[in-house]
Design a protein. Structure first.
Length: 254
């Protein structure tokens, strides 16, 4: 069983400190929701855990099963079982969802074993079909060109399928760039509920306050101004739904 532990994490971009001491522990088998208004550092946290090179960790640590991952690059972290869906800002002409997933899977196999020839196509097709059936996805989706006119929901569908294929230990699922997209949130929560098990820990990131209508998290965390200021159970999301962020903001930023 895996554990991801984020300890007093401080992160800067250039001269600006964005994360100001984040503490968060996720165990396999747990579903966490990270909530907070726009611009508070939620996406930054997921990029930093995944190993995005633009962010500088100036303090604290990130441990996977007790070992620091700070010195690992993004590829190594992915191989170690940390998943953050690749963000493709533009469509990639001529690359289907299936091709993309097969490339991702094969590059991981080659990283583990330079002699590996990757997964034979028929075997990959069977794997992909099984995963799509599990997620109740139309098989046609695998033939679509990646992000070519994808809606927020379709981007999330590709993300969930990628997660199902790579079978990570810890998955970070951030909201779509377009922000509030109910269809996307529904697809993510259904996918997570299907894939959830004792070997997977999940952090779902959203600023949408009525998240409980979609995801039943075990733990809810609220981020304000680069820090997690409250952690609790689903009742915390209920409180937010009722009162918004104002009360919490007054309490912590006074
Ligand atoms: P959230 O996901 O909670 O909306 P972000 O993590 O995207 O917040 O952003 C947190 C803060 O960091 C914001 O003030 C944002 O402007 C700033 N920020 C994020 N990425 C960059 C970047 N690449 N360069 C400079 N500032 C950034
Ligand atoms: Mg964000």
């Amino acid at each position: 069983m895996s554990t991801l532990e984020i300890r007093d994490l401080h992160v800067s971009i250039g001269d600006t400190e964005i994360l100001k001491g984040v503490n968060l522990t996720i165990n396999a088998g747990e579903k966490h929701a990270l909530m907070g208004p726009n611009g508070t550092g939620k996406s930054t946290l997921s990029y930093v855990v995944a190993g995005h090179p633009d962010y500088e960790v100036t303090g604290g640590d990130i441990l996977l099963d007790g070992e620091s991952i700070l010195e690992m690059d993004a590829d190594e972290r992915s191989r170690a079982g940390i998943f953050l869906a690749f963000q493709y800002p533009v469509a990639i002409p001529g690359v289907s969802v299936a091709n993309f997933l097969r490339t991702a899977l094969n590059s991981r196999m080659r990283a583990e074993d330079p002699e590996s020839k990757g997964m034979p196509i028929p075997q990959f097709r069977r794997l992909l079909k099984a995963k799509m059936d599990l997620l109740k996805m139309d098989h046609k989706f695998a033939g679509r060109y990646l992000n070519d006119g994808f809606s927020g929901g379709e981007k999330k569908r590709a993300e969930i399928l990628q997660m199902a294929t790579l079978e990570p230990k810890m998955a970070f699922l951030d909201e779509t760039d377009s922000g509030l997209d109910i269809d996307a949130l529904r697809i993510v929560s259904e996918g997570v509920n299907t894939l959830m098990g004792d070997d997977l820990g999940v952090l779902v990131i959203t600023h949408y306050q009525r998240i409980l209508n979609y995801i039943q998290p075990d733990f809810v965390h609220i981020m304000l101004d680069g820090k997690i200021v409250e952690s609790g159970g689903p009742e915390l999301a209920e409180h937010l739904e009722e009162h918004g962020y104002e009360l919490i903001r007054e309490k912590h930023l006074a």
